[in-house]
Design a protein around this ligand. Structure first.
Ligand SMILES: NC(=O)C1=CN([C@@H]2O[C@H](COP(=O)(O)OP(=O)(O)OC[C@H]3O[C@@H](n4cnc5c(N)ncnc54)[C@H](OP(=O)(O)O)[C@@H]3O)[C@@H](O)[C@H]2O)C=CC1
Ligand SMILES: CC(=O)C(=O)O
Ligand SMILES: [Mg+2]
Length: 612
């Protein structure tokens, strides 16, 4: 019935419509979503849709979705009954952004900057997201790695206004009821963690909540997914971190982690409850689960739910994109590299598998591709001859070679051309390791992907200094520009933030019900195509973060195409112009009028909305 509903109408609090039938239909239409206002009535006399719970007075200003601060016009102030509650000045959103930038800059400590931004999000959502979206390079390191890691470590101290849901093991049997307590009915994406492997910082239990909150703020800032469609969740099953159990500030369950059958039942119930509450297409993103659960749960749920594990698949995609772009510098195809991973966990496993797929695309057999990938974990090279053998999760990359426990020796023996760090061990790429990489090949690829910065296997500067400036470098957390031989280089951030927002937008926009591995290869190719000659000349194999929103949109459109090509989308009929359709779904960072809107209603030709 409604092919196109004007944006102004979607966002207004009152709307003038032609008749009751239209009003009722609109009230049920999920596209007609005004901030936190859901319940609507048609007013016969005025012909308007009245939102009985329209927030007026001071409560309108206290709602971060609706608040505009000094940007409320005089008319709005009068209509909303907030005249006099604000200083006399009127400011534009641009003027407010300027003040925000100055305010953040005044703080010297990054944690204080983080707190300012959290407070801004709680006060004025549009201002927060526009600030972040328009200044990604500047604020990504605050709301995301590395500062978010520090925020998680201090979560007990900085915990003020809760955001998201905490579901504990004690809620087993009642998870659906807890989900019902979340006030938003139209959730499309849930990012959740059980806090056991927060970045490279280990088990932070309920303090890990900073991660799903941070990831979801990137859903909106980098891909325009509407904030009310995003739900961060911490699954609190206890913690095995003794210092947290003894921390008087700790906010989670003060007990050891539940494992085994009870944990699995809890996870099963959680996944089912999400779908029961929000629908089969709800995107469920696993984040920062520890190795014993990450891969196992992905295999268990990937064909049953619309789900992915960002640490495995998102990371794989961004790393493979980097490898694809690096081909233009090294002049070696992916299938011509020898890969050595430091760390053989979730991230390493994911990257290795997707790299194998990419090498198969280049013409290698699976065996030939796997033979080019070596891994080294805490017990040394993954050799089938080593004591204890190769761990089950990395069996596919075990090699029938002499065991080797010395990493530097290993590099000299295997002579990798590409070294990928996913070990959580800061500084593990020592000068000797890097120098050996420079001996192995003319243009060695060095990825120090562990987060946060303190866990990076080496700094960007160390990589350049120890390879005579010949390396192709990327890191999970950002590094300042490198100075080498009087020239300045900007190295790229090999972080899944380039991938997961775009994948999520494409999936949500098409109501895709499953996310196949090939989508991550598509995303990788899309990202690699965005890397310009200028980027490469500057030293980076990723586009600048200033472009990440364009990248997310391009990934979303390609993912959406793939969803239709492979029969994974459940939004029908397929939109004629997919790119425009995806754009239409995106959040508007700019303020919109709170005044009633008169809608010039025309009957539509087609139904094009998700059924309730
Ligand atoms: N840049 C990005 O976008 C992303 C970065 N990451 C980062 O990658 C890191 C790893 O994450 P993830 O794979 O999920 O973690 P896992 O815990 O799954 O894997 C860590 C791996 O490192 C190994 N390891 C630990 N200590 C050593 C050591 N001293 N020497 C060699 N290997 C060691 C572990 O071996 P063992 O199991 O035997 O202890 C394990 O194989 C984290 O720091 C995370 O922040 C993760 C996702 C995305
Ligand atoms: C980036 C990310 O997902 C991680 O470090 O875990
Ligand atoms: Mg992660």
């Amino acid at each position: 019935m409604f092919a196109s509903i004007p944006r102004s109408l979607l966002c207004c609090t009152n709307a003038i419509v032609p008749n009751r039938a239209v009003a009722l239909a609109l009230a049920k239409c999920p596209m007609f979503e005004s901030s936190s206002i859901f319940c609507r009535e048609y007013h016969e006399v005025t012909g308007s849709i009245i939102c009985p719970n329209v927030v007026r007075g001071i409560d309108h200003m206290r709602d971060p979705r609706l608040n505009k601060g000094l940007a409320f016009t005089l008319e709005e102030r009068q209509a909303l009954g907030i005249h006099g509650l604000l200083a006399a000045t009127f400011k534009t959103q641009e003027e407010q952004l300027y003040i925000c930038r100055i305010s953040v800059d005044r703080y010297e400590e990054n944690l204080n900057k983080y707190l300012y931004l959290v407070e801004l999000q709680d006060r004025n959502e549009k201002l927060f997201f526009r600030l972040l979206a328009e200044n990604v390079e500047k604020y990504l390191p605050i709301v995301y790695t590395p500062t978010v890691g520090l925020a998680c470590q201090r979560f007990g101290l900085i915990y003020r206004r809760p955001r998201g849901l905490f579901i504990t093991i004690n809620d087993k049997g009642h998870i659906f009821e807890i989900l019902k307590n979340w006030p938003e009915p139209d959730v499309r994406a849930i990012v959740f963690t059980d806090g056991e492997r927060i970045l490279g910082l280990g088990d932070l239990g309920a303090y890990g909540m900073g991660i799903p909150v941070g990831k979801l703020s990137l859903y909106t800032a980098l891909a325009g997914i509407k904030p009310h469609q995003c739900l961060p969740i911490t699954l609190d099953v206890g913690t095995d971190n003794q210092s947290l159990l003894e921390d008087p500030l700790y906010i989670g369950l003060r007990q050891k982690r539940t494992r085994g059958k009870e944990y699995d039942e809890f996870m099963d119930e959680f996944m089912e409850a999400c779908v029961m509450r929000y629908g089969q297409n709800t995107l469920l993103q696993f984040e920062d689960f520890a190795l014993p659960n990450a891969g196992r749960l992905l295999s268990k749920y990937r064909n049953k739910y619309c789900t992915f594990n960002d640490d495995i698949q998102g990371t794989a995609s961004v790393a493979v994109a980097g490898l694809m772009a690096a081909v233009r510098v090294t002049k070696r195809k992916l299938s011509e590299n020898i890969y050595l991973f430091l760390g053989a966990g979730s991230a390493a496993g994911g990257i290795a598998e997707l790299t194998v797929s990419a090498m198969i695309h280049e013409g290698l057999s699976e065996r030939q591709a796997r033979d080019r990938v070596f891994m080294f974990d805490i017990n040394g090279l993954l050799s089938t001859r080593r004591e204890g053998g190769v761990p089950e999760h990395a069996k596919a990359f075990g090699k029938d070679v002499e065991p080797e426990k010395d990493f530097e020796q290993c590099i000299a023996k295997i002579k990798p051309s590409c070294l990928i760090g996913c070990s959580t061990v800061g500084g593990a790429f020592t000068p000797k390791v890097l120098q050996q990489m420079a001996k192995n090949t003319e243009r060695p690829i060095i990825f120090a992907l562990s987060n946060p910065t303190s866990k990076a296997e080496c700094t960007a500067q160390a990589a350049y200094d120890n390879t005579e400036g010949r390396c192709v470098f990327a890191s999970g957390s950002p590094f300042p520009p490198v100075k080498f031989n009087g020239k300045e280089f900007l190295t790229g951030q090999g972080n899944n933030a380039y991938i997961f927002p775009g994948i999520a937008l494409g999936v949500i926009a098409t109501a895709t019900h499953h996310i196949p591995e090939t989508m991550f290869l598509t995303a990788a190719k899309t990202l690699a195509d965005y890397v310009s000659e200028e980027d490469l000349a500057l030293g980076r194999i990723y586009p600048s973060l200033a472009e990440v929103r364009d990248v997310s949109l391009a990934i979303a459109v390609n993912v959406a195409k793939m969803a239709y090509d492979e029969g994974l989308a459940s939004l029908y009929p397929e939109p004629k112009d997919l790119a425009q359709h995806v754009k239409n779904q995106m959040y508007n960072f700019h303020y919109e009028s709170a005044m009633p809107v008169v809608w010039d209603w025309k009957p539509a030709e087609k139904v094009n909305v998700r059924p309730l």
